[in-house]
Design a protein around this ligand. Structure first.
Ligand code: MN
Length: 242
């Protein structure tokens, strides 16, 4: 991305060093969020949940987790593979008559695939470290950029609760501006500031909470804080800022 290259260039990196810095950034993100199973080139697999379906109860119920992972996330996985295959076929045939729709499908399903890969790992049962507050560098930089954990949490909760329709609450690191940011991501990919690396995602699509919480999204988000895996969020932050 041009802004990133310009930013790295401004730091005095050029040529091979610049390329290396870009590749390191891309490699760490891919290694972290790509499906565990691999698969043939260009094919992505649904990664398994890192815990049992009911491990996050009572905050998130097992039936919701089963449907959310096995059906919704599977749908995004299949949709991503299909969009990539359709784009490959378009390049082979030279027929780009459907390119606008294919571009939209690629963005939507790539977002849905990666967002959920992150979301599952962003959560953990209390027995495996879920809940509490972050510490170390992340805690210090939440203080720097938001005025403390409580202000960050209130900001994130407000952004996630206020999403109109489908979307996500997001804590991200902006690599070019070098600061943490909270924002609402609409659908699976929209209204995202260019240059951000997601660290913590809260799915506020109705499929994430409706069976247990019905229309009470605020109650779901309040409960969701009890299962946030700050160790995972911190590891993403270290990788993004390395
Ligand atoms: Mn979802």
């Amino acid at each position: 991305m041009n802004t990133r290259r310009e930013f790295l260039g401004a730091l005095g990196l050029s040529g091979g060093l610049l390329l290396l810095a870009e590749q390191l950034g891309q490699t760490s993100a891919l290694a972290m969020d790509r499906g565990e199973g691999g698969g043939p080139p260009g094919q992505y697999e649904l990664p398994p949940l890192p815990y049992d379906y009911d491990a996050l109860e009572p905050h998130i119920d097992g039936q919701t987790m089963r449907i959310h992972h096995d059906l919704h996330h599977k749908g995004y996985t299949d949709g991503l593979n299909k969009a990539l295959a359709s784009l490959s076929a378009a390049r082979e045939s030279g027929d780009f008559g459907n390119i606008q729709n294919l571009s939209r499908l690629l963005a939507f399903h790539a977002g849905g695939y990666v967002n959920h890969n992150i979301f599952w790992k962003n959560m953990a049962p209390a027995s495996k470290g879920g809940g509490g507050k972050p510490d170390g560098k992340l805690a210090a930089d939440l203080q720097r950029d938001f005025g403390g954990y409580d202000k960050f949490q209130a900001h994130f909760t407000a952004a996630a609760t206020a999403v109109e329709g489908n979307g996500w609450g997001v804590l991200a690191y902006h690599r070019d501006l070098r600061r943490l940011m909270v924002f609402a991501m609409l659908n699976q990919q929209m209204q995202v500031p260019v240059g951000t690396v997601p660290l913590l995602l809260c799915d506020v699509w109705e499929h994430a909470y409706y069976l247990k919480y019905q229309n009470r999204r605020a109650d779901y988000i309040k409960a969701w804080w009890n299962v946030v895996n700050w160790k995972d969020v911190s590891e993403r932050y270290y990788a993004a800022t390395a």
